[in-house]
Design a protein around this ligand. Structure first.
Ligand code: G3I
Length: 370
């Protein structure tokens, strides 16, 4: 049977079948395959969301920080680090024996402008930028040595055009900067998994450059151990056969693979395709916000089937997949409520606004039990 037919059959069977046998949570169903993560926002990290706490305790054994370890939050000024929420995040991971993820060291977004400015006006020199990055990596990775198990070192360096993104990091530091970022992260914590993380690399054009980037990094001596496929999907895009191919392609390079930011947007998204570019903003329009009062059953089933297919593919590749992380806990907090159109009612995650598990949860568990 062809793979696509097989996977769709498996996912459909998982959705139609009666609720999965009680096996505890998602993490229990996948305990022999990979860890299951959720990204936490500041409120969830600080213990202000009991609903999310209960869901995380039951279903997840890995956490990612949605925003609090990004440069603008953890080092807002040259001499100013802010560790309050990051320390609480890492403590939460230790207390619960979670596989704790660090996100993110080098990214063009949510990095304050001072990082790229020269001491004498104009852009920073390569030496200035490298010195700032080195200080940042040794301070942050060093502080959580042995506690953060996996770092997103370099994020979203390939553009949607399939070429290297012309970010200030790249324009000033060139690829040498990315190599050094991996090397410094490795020096600061030799045991940590070190990840290049990107979205839409299932797209063959973008994937080609992402594969070439990993090869160049390895050839230049960067201790890259993992590729993160973010997994920001919609109900239709991408064709998930491309996910299957993407995992196989990266595995051939000898790196592990994590699905780092999985969510499935069910809302209409005119002319946008599979981008997760945070710079994209579209205007509000009530017609583009159709599920304010809940998700119709047919859409709910389609969502469950698509989630089940993603997990079936990951299970097939469990020898190289380390983790599948959902980008949020409940729909109340998904970034899709505000992106690419503000003030919408999104339904992208596995738990609804009241914290109820969607049919997708049973469908995903059933995939592991088949
Ligand atoms: O914290 C401020 C708050 O003080 C202020 O009142 C409010 C007004 O807009 O903004 C708040 O900050 C927001 C922040 O999320 C925390 O909620 C920012 O505006 C908003 O832009 C930011 O969005 C985050 C986005 O990254 C920004 O780059 C999303 O939550 C986060 O889910 C998203 O995550 C990224 C990954 O890091 C990388 N891959 C793509 C993924 C989705 O965009």
């Amino acid at each position: 049977m062809k793979l696509k037919t097989m996977l769709i059959g498996l996912a459909a069977a998982a959705v139609i079948s009666t609720p999965a046998m009680a096996v505890g949570g998602l993490k229990d169903a996948y305990k022999d395959a990979f860890v299951i993560g959720a990204a936490l926002n500041s409120g969830e990290i600080m213990g202000n969301n009991k609903l999310a706490d209960a869901i995380v305790a039951k279903h997840f054994n890995s956490i990612s920080p949605e925003n609090d370890l990004k440069w603008e939050n953890i080092q807002p000024g040259p001499e100013r680090y802010n560790f309050t929420v990051p320390d609480a995040y890492v403590a939460l991971g230790e207390k619960n024996h979670f596989y704790t993820v660090g996100h993110v060291l080098v990214w063009h977004s949510q990095t304050p402008s001072w990082v790229f400015e020269g001491k004498n006006g104009g852009p920073a020199t390569k030496e200035e930028l490298l010195a700032r990055l080195k200080d940042h990596i040794f301070t942050v990775v060093g502080r959580y040595k042995g506690k953060i198990k996996s770092w997103d070192v370099v994020n979203e360096v390939v553009g949607d055009d399939g070429k290297m993104r012309q970010s200030p990091w790249y324009k000033i530091g060139g690829e040498e900067l990315f190599v050094k970022a991996f090397q410094w992260a490795h020096e600061a914590d030799p045991a940590a998994e070190l990840t290049y993380n990107d979205y839409n690399i299932e797209n063959p054009n973008k994937r080609a450059e992402a594969l070439a980037f990993v090869k160049r990094m390895k050839a230049a001596g960067a201790p890259i151990t993992q590729v993160g496929i973010q997994g920001h999907y919609t109900l239709d895009v991408p064709d998930l056969k491309l996910l299957d191919d993407t995992i196989s392609d990266f595995a051939k390079l000898g790196v592990k693979i994590a699905i780092t930011e999985l969510d499935i947007d069910v809302l209409p998204r005119p002319n946008l395709g599979a981008t997760a570019d945070v710079a994209v903003h579209l205007a509000e329009d009530p017609k583009l916000n159709p599920y304010v009062h809940g998700l119709p059953e047919a859409v709910q089933q389609k969502l469950a089937e698509r989630y089940a297919t993603v997990f079936a593919i990951c299970l097939k590749h469990k020898d190289v997949i380390t983790r599948v992380t959902l980008w949020g806990v409940t729909d109340a907090d998904t970034w899709h409520n505000g992106w690419p159109i503000p003030n919408r009612t999104a339904h992208s995650l596995l738990f609804d606004r009241a914290g109820n598990a969607k049919p997708a949860v049973d469908a995903i568990i059933a995939v592991a039990q088949h």
